[in-house]
Design a protein around this ligand. Sequence first.
Ligand SMILES: Cc1ncc(COP(=O)(O)O)c(C=O)c1O
Length: 427
Amino acid sequence: MLKQKSKILFSRAQRHIPGGVNSPVRAFRSVGGEPRFIRSGKGSHVTDVDGRHYIDYLGSWGPLILGHCPAKVQSALRAQLALGTSFGASTENEVVLAEMIAGAIPSIEKVRLVNSGTEATMSAIRLARAFTGRNKIIKFDGCYHGHVDSLLVKAGSGVATLGLPDSAGVQPQECSSTFSIPYNDADTVQRALELNRSEIAAVIVEPVAGSAGVLVPPVGYLERLRAITEKHGILLIFDEVITGFGRLGKPFGWQRLGVVPDLVTTAKGINSGTVPMGAVFARAGLYEAFMQGPQQGIEFAHGYTYSAHPLACAASLATLDVYRDEGLLERVTALEKHWEDALHSLKGVGAVMDVRNIGLMGAVELEPRAGAPGARGFDTHVKTFFEEDVLIRFTGDILAMSPPLIVSTSQIDEIVERLRRVLERIE
Ligand SMILES: Cc1ncc(COP(=O)(O)O)c(C=O)c1O
């Protein structure tokens, strides 16, 4: 057992880790027991430094679509080690990857490669602002877009500065150019766009809100957002950092849900979480708008040192090969019913209030304890890790899962049984 104390401020490794393979955004002050440090992973399992095995049903909240350490991706990474980052010069892999992605997705014309979901959001917002010449961005409560959220939207930022009555009584925030509107409230979006059309650049939404606990959009909701934004000439951005790359059984969520956005952000599954990478996709017409300046001018001066890092591109190409060779999209479609039935068998167990699923995402919502919201979810999460050796995610009283797309039906049954045992004994 690793005992020494780290001096790193709020590091991952310093924490006790139920679900803490990658948890810089968790409160671990009250977690008891010995810290457990993860050393290795293979497929749907990880192993700690003492050799104890865990089922990983969090998959680092989505990226590990091929599970841990996929062999083909590992060998592609080894073969690519000869080159560091290539800022200022494109690599062949980068171009092949961009063409492969854009060519495979109807309506998507151009791709910009970045290093994370947060950067993809930043890039999409900057593109939308540059394209429209407007500044304001509308997002939704509960939709998470990376740390852009904490920089641009202050907690509880109201909609009063959009000229709308602020029913929650929250004061308008100074300096904020991003406004949060209740999820699924298309009427408020419509009024906000009508009142502020000349100032709003884009509406950004997760087509399925992942971090808020797998909120599936009501039938017709995304269509309505599309119609409203189109009517007012405002861009619609889909954040597909979780739903992209097959989690809903199609390459992207918008293809499953049938609504075409103007910009799509993605990350995680793009190379199965092996090397940090993200991307922004743009529909036809956006790119051309940036190509009108003088020859020597930079078209869109915005980038990162490690954008399209050779390792990330190699990992992504290998990941896409596995998708094709192993028919992963078809696999998700074939597994979805089994996943749904297994999760829904938890209805009525202990404090379970609601069960939601789409593709290979799922959430189990617990009734909060009186006066202690989040406590039951936290306890369940801790017990699931320490007593049943399973990694899942919790958001308040919601337990969320995003298994690798290579998961088997027997593994699905096993995780649900282990979760059931915890739910039956949690107070
Ligand atoms: C929907 C969504 N968007 C953006 C992000 C941010 O991505 P990253 O952590 O790669 O910056 C996340 C992270 O979980 C996410 O779930």
